[in-house]
Design a protein around this ligand. Structure first.
Ligand SMILES: [Zn+2]
Length: 473
């Protein structure tokens, strides 16, 4: 588990898979762009957060000590607009959605970051970087009194998103936080107060105003992880302008390389279409929970496609994810019930094969789809041995241990209830159903199964007879 193997990741900066080498041996520093807390996070956001969770868990599985920082964007164009619409102070508005975000990540069993810095708590750090950029000639004051980053002064501009500098409009400026690649031009580091900002402003050496969105992430990442750190993640939609601008500000300011490896997850679609409120296919996590879906099935579904592939969310897929999680849990449960002493040596061979296949796939740019398929192959093969009573109690315990270790990465099995005691009446129903089955009275057998299901008892017919477990609440 603690062996450090060769891990390859696809680096957006170079557009190729590279061997991952951390700055400090055994330690990894990761920054991931967090939520803009102006609304509930949607499943597209969670695809990114789950990819990052899987990455972190895998690196930890491989023995690295990971330091993870995820910011909360609590001041930008969208949060200001939202708080004004609700007519409440910005902090009160963003606190509400920040709290919802933390509840959601807990529901999805996403591991906590080490630090969740909030932009509004780090304005002095942003001011310092902007002052440095001005002193070095990268920042200038526009006629609107805002401070802009002069893109043409930074020859590396465009290296992440592969933007051609010749296409930029010289001297043109953009003040909003988000804009398209075609509109690439000088962007705002510091936005001078304007009447639309209402009571959201800071009185600083740069004048009365507020930070631009991009400088927030430069300031918070470098404060907690240093001027150069290992990995920066985010959704592919953040590659431009957000991450491109983060690189420009940070590297122009420090004169050092900002980040060694950039990782971006692809878009999510819903039922084959772009997710959009206007298409009626826009879902927050809460929307899906309100429809009665299991959050762990949602977790499994969103993380089980390779992060660099576009992912199509469907309700059919969600049902399949639920079944997959249930298969994993049933398997773990079954291992606990093994009493046999028969050992054939086959289990050790299969276990070694799984460790090699699962590990090899995950080390290969986090290829979780292949890793999961090797896991389900393994389960099928062990189940065949279990059916034939060819797994010893000791071997079952070893397989169970491996399953728990892999679940540290997947985060979907959790604690499986074992050694349950059936109340007498349920026991009697199970017996009655067995008798109905023996008498080939399928109708009655099915009726009893349904009755048991309504009591939260799930039956499984196996070669060794009927097995049961309590359905997860
Ligand atoms: Zn960011």
């Amino acid at each position: 588990m603690t062996k450090q193997k060769r891990i390859c990741i696809f680096n957006t900066l170079t557009r190729r898979k590279e061997e991952f080498i951390p700055i400090l041996p055994g330690k990894i520093k990761i920054y991931t762009c967090g939520p803009t807390v102006y609304d509930y996070a949607h499943i597209g956001n969670f695809r990114a957060f789950l990819f990052e969770d899987l990455l972190k868990r895998w690196l930890e599985y491989r023995g690295f000590k990971v330091t993870h920082v995820m910011n909360l964007t609590d001041v930008d164009d969208k949060t200001i607009k939202g708080s004004q619409q609700k007519a409440i102070p910005l902090r009160q508005f963003t606190d509400f959605y920040a709290k919802a975000f933390f509840e959601d990540i807990k529901t999805l069993n996403i591991k906590n970051a080490d630090v969740y810095p909030r932009a509004t708590d780090h304005v002095p750090e942003m001011v310092e970087i902007i002052k440095t950029l001005q002193a070095k000639g990268y920042g200038y004051i526009g006629e609107d009194k805002s401070i802009y980053f002069s893109v043409c002064k930074f020859p590396d501009y465009g290296k992440l998103s592969h933007l051609k500098m010749g296409e930029l409009k010289a001297g043109a400026r953009v003040s909003q936080d988000e804009y398209a690649k075609e509109e690439a031009q000088d962007f705002a580091l510091w936005k001078a107060w304007c009447v639309e900002d209402g009571d959201v402003y800071w009185e600083t050496e740069l004048g009365k105003g507020r930070p631009g969105w991009h400088i927030e992430c430069s300031a918070m990442s470098m404060k907690y992880l240093g001027e150069t750190f290992d990995i920066h993640c985010g959704g592919v939609d953040n590659m431009f302008p957000h991450h491109e601008n983060e690189i420009a500000q940070s590297e122009a300011g420090t004169g050092k390389k900002f980040v060694n490896y950039w990782m971006h997850n692809e878009h999510l679609q819903v039922e084959g279409k772009k997710m959009s409120k206007s298409f009626g296919n826009f879902y927050t996590l809460r929307d899906l929970l309100a429809k009665g879906h299991d959050p762990i099935a949602i977790r499994y579904l969103l993380m089980s496609t390779h992060y660099r592939q576009q992912f199509n969310f469907t309700f059919e897929g969600l049902e399949a994810a639920k079944a997959a999680v249930e298969r994993l849990r049933n398997f773990v449960r079954r291992l606990h019930e093994v009493e046999s002493e028969v050992e054939t040596g086959k289990v050790a061979v299969l276990t070694a094969k799984l460790e090699a296949c699962f590990g090899g796939s995950m080390d290969d740019d986090l290829n979780v789809a292949t890793a999961l398929s090797s896991l389900f192959d393994f389960i099928r093969e062990i189940n065949i041995l279990l059916d034939a009573n060819m797994v010893s109690k000791q071997e079952a315990a070893e397989v169970g241990g491996l399953m728990m270790r892999l679940d540290e990465v997947l985060g979907v099995v959790g604690k499986v209830e074992v050694a349950e005691v059936l109340p007498q009446d349920i026991d009697a129903l199970v017996q009655k159903r067995e008798e109905a089955r023996k008498a080939k009275n399928w109708k009655e057998a099915d009726a009893i199964r349904t009755q048991l299901k309504s009591m939260g008892i799930v039956l499984e017919d196996t070669a060794q007879g009927v097995r049961w477990h309590k359905e997860k609440a």
